[in-house]
Ligand binder design. Sequence first.
Ligand code: HEC
Length: 110
Amino acid sequence: MNTKKFGLIFLVMMFCLMGSVQARTKSIELPPDGVSLKPSTLPGYEKALTNCVACHSAEYMQYQPPTAARPYWENMVKRMKQVFKAPIEESDIPVIVDYLVKVYGNEKTD
Ligand code: HEC
């Protein structure tokens, strides 16, 4: 084997080694997505648990303006249903909106 060839093989080997070391030490940072819905005795809490956190965490609700009023939440729920095809029963919408506005919106009691 001539030295030129050996050098090339050596280089390739080093690359592979570096690659595998890097792959092992690299860690993937996932966005914090473990926020749960705020528990409540309102009937909409149970509904929201089954209808609103299948696609994303409750972080999205948490980041809505606390001044958001009932129509805002109603539009939000309807948008989830119409635009993103969330399987929400039409009759559950007011119950869910009631929970959202009282827990995250401008009808907050605490
Ligand atoms: C079928 C999947 C799905 C379901 C179920 C769902 N969402 Fe969403 N939601 C999305 C997607 C996708 C986005 C991101 C939209 C974007 O980035 O603009 C989103 C975004 C949001 C946001 C962020 C604000 C915004 O305007 O983008 C809020 C708040 C929200 N959803 C609330 C809800 C509520 C409340 C429910 C239950 C009634 C719900 N979601 C159910 C898919 C869903």
